[in-house]
Design a protein around this ligand. Structure first.
Ligand code: EPZ
Length: 418
C-alpha cells in the first residue's frame, strides 16, 4: 500500500497547471455511447477515468489512450453490450451514467446499482425518477437496475424534487435520444454539466439553459462525423491548490483555469485574508499573516462546493477565532475531522455543522485517507504541520488528483510517495 510522506512548514512558490475535470470527463465518456467516433482532449489521467474506460470497453467501445497527450479516442464497435456489471460499477459510482445513453440508444439497459460510499448512501432514485418520466419501464432485481423502453423514450417535462448532478446528467443523456422536446426543471448547473451540454450539442441536438431549466430537442440528422472535445479544467483541483496557497503560499500561480468559474471560492479566500490576483486564465495567491474566520455553507453550483469543504476546513484551523462550515449536500462528509483532530485541530461537529477554532498548531502524524476530498485535506494539513505526516490509503487520492505530489514538489513542498 503506497503512502505519502510530507515534511511540513515549507513555504510554497511556483506554478501549478490544472488538469482537465474528472467530473466533466465521466459523463462525457458515458455520452460517447451516443456517438460513433469521439476524440477527447485535456483528459485527466486519474483512476476513475480508467475505471470508466474499462466499463466502456466492456460495453463495446474501442478505446485508445495517448497518455502523454491526455487524449482519449473512442470508437463504437458494431456489437454493443447493454450491461454494466457490478464489478465495474461498485468502485466508481459514475458508472451509473451509462444507464441513460444505453437506454435511449438501445432501448434497454442492465446496470448495477452503484454501492454507497464513505460520504453517504448516495441513492439513484432521482436518476430513475427522470428515466421513468421519459417512459422507461424500470425494475430493480438482484442489485441491478433493469430498464427498457421498447418504443423508445418520449420527451416530456420533468421537475427534479431536489438538485442532483448525476440525475441531471443521466436525464440529459436519456433525453438526447428521446422523441420530441424534453424540459428539465430544478437542474444542477455545475460547470461540468455545462461542458457535457457543449458536447451533446456537438453530437447533434438543440439545448437551452435558463437558470436551472434545461430544454433539449433532438434533431434527427444521423451523426456520422467525428466529434472533438476539449474537457473543461478541474475547478475542485484548482480550489484545492488555492487553499494550499492561502495556507502556506509565498506565491503560487494556478494556471490553465477560468477564474470566473471559481468566483465563490475566490470571494471566500479573499474575505479570510488571502491575497489573490487574477488574469484571464490564471490566479496567483499569497498567504496572509492573519487569517480571518468565516461562516460557509456548501451548496449546489454556483454556491460553495461540497467537494472543497474538507480543504477549506484546514484553512479555517488557522483563522483567529471560531469558523463554521455547514455541509448541506452529503450526510456523512466529515470523515476528515477525526484525522485532523489527531493532528491538533480544534473542531466540534453539531448536526451537519463543524465549528473550527483557531489558530491551532498542527503536528504531523500518521493518518488515513477515507475519501477522495478528505484525503487531500490531510495533505494540506501535512503541508503546514510540524514534523512529518504520513498519509495511508492514498489510492483515494489517485482517483481524482493527477500528479499531486509532483505538482506540489514543483512548488517546493517536501512530499514524496513511498
Ligand atoms: C457528483 O456526485 C460528483 N461526482 C461529486 O463529486 C459531488 O460531490 C456531487 O456531484 C455534488 O456536487 C461526479 O460528478 C462523478 P448528487 P453525485 O447527485 O452526482 C442525493 C468527487 O469528490 N441524491 O448531486 O452523486 C445524494 O445522496 C465527488 O469528485 C439522492 O438522494 O451527487 C446527495 O446527498 C464526490 N438521489 C445529494 O443528492 C439521487 O438519485 C447530491 O448528490 C441522487 C442524489
Amino acid at each position: 500500500m503506497q503512502k505519502l510522506l510530507i515534511k511540513g512548514k515549507k513555504e510554497l512558490s511556483g506554478s501549478i497547471s490544472i488538469s482537465g475535470s474528472k467530473n466533466a470527463t465521466l459523463p462525457i465518456l458515458a455520452a460517447a455511447i451516443l456517438a460513433n467516433d469521439v476524440k477527447l482532449l485535456n483528459v485527466p489521467l486519474v483512476k476513475d477515468i480508467f475505471t470508466m474506460l474499462d466499463l466502456l470497453k466492456f460495453i463495446g467501445i474501442k478505446v485508445k489512450v495517448e497518455n502523454n497527450k491526455r487524449i482519449i479516442h473512442l470508437q463504437k464497435e458494431k456489437q454493443i453490450n447493454t450491461l454494466a456489471p457490478y464489478k465495474l460499477v461498485k468502485t466508481m459510482r459514475a458508472g451509473v451514467l451509462v444507464l441513460g445513453p444505453l437506454l435511449t440508444k438501445y432501448k434497454k439497459a442492465k446496470v448495477s446499482l452503484p454501492g454507497g460510499c464513505s460520504i453517504g448512501t448516495r441513492p439513484v432514485d432521482l436518476h430513475l425518477f427522470a428515466l421513468k418520466k421519459l417512459g422507461a419501464k424500470i425494475k430493480i432485481k438482484d442489485g441491478y437496475i433493469i430498464a427498457e423502453a421498447k418504443k423508445g423514450l418520449i420527451g416530456t417535462k420533468i421537475k427534479f424534487p431536489t438538485i442532483s448532478v448525476g440525475a441531471t446528467e443521466n436525464a440529459l443523456l436519456a433525453a438526447f435520444g428521446a422523441k420530441g422536446k424534453t424540459t428539465l426543471n430544478n437542474c444542477a448547473i455545475e460547470p461540468e454539466i455545462l461542458d457535457l451540454i457543449i458536447f451533446l450539442k456537438k453530437l447533434g441536438c438543440k439545448i437551452e439553459i435558463t437558470g436551472r431549466k434545461i430544454t433539449l430537442i433532438r434533431n434527427n440528422n444521423k451523426n456520422k462525423k467525428k466529434i472533438n472535445h476539449k474537457v473543461i479544467f478541474d475547478r475542485i483541483e484548482a480550489g484545492t491548490y488555492l487553499v494550499a496557497g492561502a495556507l502556506i503560499g509565498k506565491k503560487i500561480v494556478i494556471k490553465q483555469i477560468n477564474p470566473k468559474i471559481l468566483k465563490c471560492e475566490i470571494d471566500i479566500l479573499k474575505k479570510m485574508g488571502a491575497k489573490i490576483f487574477k488574469t484571464k486564465n490564471s490566479i496567483s495567491i499569497l498567504k496572509t499573516s492573519r487569517l480571518k474566520t468565516i461562516k460557509v455553507s456548501t451548496k449546489a453550483y454556483p454556491g460553495f462546493p461540497t467537494d472543497l469543504q474538507a480543504q477549506l476546513m484546514v484553512l479555517m484551523t488557522q483563522a483567529e477565532g471560531i469558523s463554521k462550515i455547514k455541509e448541506n449536500i452529503f450526510e456523512n462528509r466529515f470523515m476528515h475531522v477525526p484525522e485532523l483532530k489527531r493532528m491538533g485541530a480544534k473542531i466540534e461537529i453539531r448536526k451537519q455543522t463543524a465549528f473550527i477554532s483557531g489558530p491551532s498548531k498542527l503536528t504531523g502524524a500518521e493518518v488515513m485517507a477515507t475519501d477522495l476530498r478528505a484525503s487531500v485535506s490531510l495533505v494540506l494539513a501535512g503541508l503546514i504541520a510540524d514534523n512529518r505526516t504520513v498519509i495511508n490509503r492514498i489510492y483515494h487520492l489517485d482517483r481524482g488528483y493527477e500528479q499531486l505530489e509532483n505538482k506540489l514538489k514543483n512548488c517546493k513542498a517536501q512530499i514524496k510517495r513511498v
